[in-house]
Design a protein around this ligand. Structure first.
Ligand code: ADP
Length: 362
């Protein structure tokens, strides 16, 4: 197998040096993948929480399969559809005009059956019945955990693509949908700031992110928030009051405080409002919970490009005989991380950005 891969790499290197040979070399590469593999049919599914960029990733997986001359099957409704055999053959034309669409054309679902061995056994039977040799799962750490068990139990080739706005998966600096969500949140905060400054108000804005504060920190810096409350840095309520007092003294007429949903002050965003109103009656406080709008919308260019790159890498990796890995991006290069590792940790919060946010609130 490795000899064949090395041969393919040699061809690419030759093609780069000798530009005119590029077409013939790529043809060789496709044929090489075709001959070497036991994988002739790949399935793709979206699972768990949806995120912008999932459609672009589906498109990339489907088109890469078409390019490599192997079959591709879409699985509807995540693992639920896998268990029920809700499959559809897909070709390059099945994914026309979806790169710009939010959500997922394959739908997503949460499926308790798949958490059990029996459920996964049913899913395995459905895949075998449909002649599927491997699958690419686009989802978050829950979906990857399911894929890992499936791989271990049936020695079935799987590759994960991280699709979640929370950016909470180890092994990638960016997950699909994170960049789009940031742009959505910043746009919303800009609008809230207009009304906040017209009325000299303080706004608490809750953003998504589950247990991590990546959305809050990045969107907070991008939208010029006065304070950012994230689970990674519990600043405490006293510090929040001090900061708001300073802000008022320095002449700011309105203030925006971004609160990550997983924030650890021990108070939710409505309780924070009451607390601040009680201790700082000078403030007229309002709350805005942005909610599910953060998961929707047309994906940003960054997410579309990342999805396209990850889809190609996922299919190529399966064809090279790799499995139980997640595709990620680091320093703008695609990397592969064992799923087992990806689900165990989070990408660390950017300490430099925390410092920048502190300086910007002066
Ligand atoms: P996400 O993938 O966005 O983290 P979930 O945590 O809801 O979303 O997981 C999506 C699906 O993955 C679940 O509905 C279930 O079918 C499967 N899954 C999650 N955790 C496990 C697990 N421990 N074992 C098997 N399957 C799991």
């Amino acid at each position: 197998m490795h000899i064949v891969t090395d041969f393919a790499v040699l061809i690419i290197e030759f093609a780069i040096v000798e530009g005119s040979f590029i077409k013939i070399s790529l043809l060789f590469l496709r044929l090489t993948f075709f001959w070497m593999g036991t994988i002739k049919k790949i399935a793709v599914l979206t699972s768990g929480g949806d995120s912008p960029g999932m459609n672009a990733a589906i498109r990339s997986v489907v088109r890469t399969c078409a390019y490599m001359k192997i079959d591709c099957v879409g699985i509807y409704r995540g693992y639920e559809g896998m268990i029920e055999g809700d499959f559809k053959e897909m070709d390059a034309r099945s994914v026309n005009n979806i790169i710009n669409k939010g959500g997922t054309i394959l739908k997503s679902a949460r499926c308790d059956d798949f958490r059990t061995e029996k459920g996964r056994e049913k899913a395995h039977k459905q895949l075998l019945k449909a002649g599927i040799d491997a699958f690419v799962v686009i989802g978050g750490d829950g979906s990857f955990t399911g894929a890992m068990f499936f791989n271990q139990e049936f020695d079935f080739p799987v590759i994960g693509i991280p699709g979640t706005i929370d950016n909470d998966i180890f092994g990638t600096t960016f997950t699909l949908g994170f960049d789009t969500a940031l742009n959505t949140v910043v746009e919303a905060i800009d609008k809230i700031r207009d009304t906040a400054s017209s009325h000299n108000r303080l706004f608490f804005i809750e953003v998504m992110g589950r247990d991590v504060g990546h959305i809050a920190l990045n969107a907070g810096v991008g939208a010029g928030a006065e304070e950012i409350l994230i689970p990674e840095e519990n600043l405490g309520l006293d510090r929040l009051l001090d900061s708001l007092k300073r802000s008022k003294k320095s002449g700011k007429s309105s203030s925006i405080v971004i609160v990550a949903e997983g924030d650890k002050t021990g108070k939710n965003v409505f309780e924070l409002k009451e607390y601040v109103e009680e201790h700082l009656p000078i403030y007229d406080v309002r709350v805005s919970v942005l909610g599910h709008m953060q998961r929707g919308g047309s994906p940003s260019c960054y997410d579309r490009v990342l999805a396209s790159r990850m889809g190609v890498k996922a299919v190529e990796s399966l064809l090279e005989g790799k499995t139980n890995l997640m595709v990620g991006v680091q320093d703008n290069k695609l990397i592969l991380t064992p799923i087992e590792k990806a689900i165990k940790g989070h990408t660390k919060i950017d300490k430099e950005l925390i410092r920048v946010s502190e300086i910007m609130t002066t």
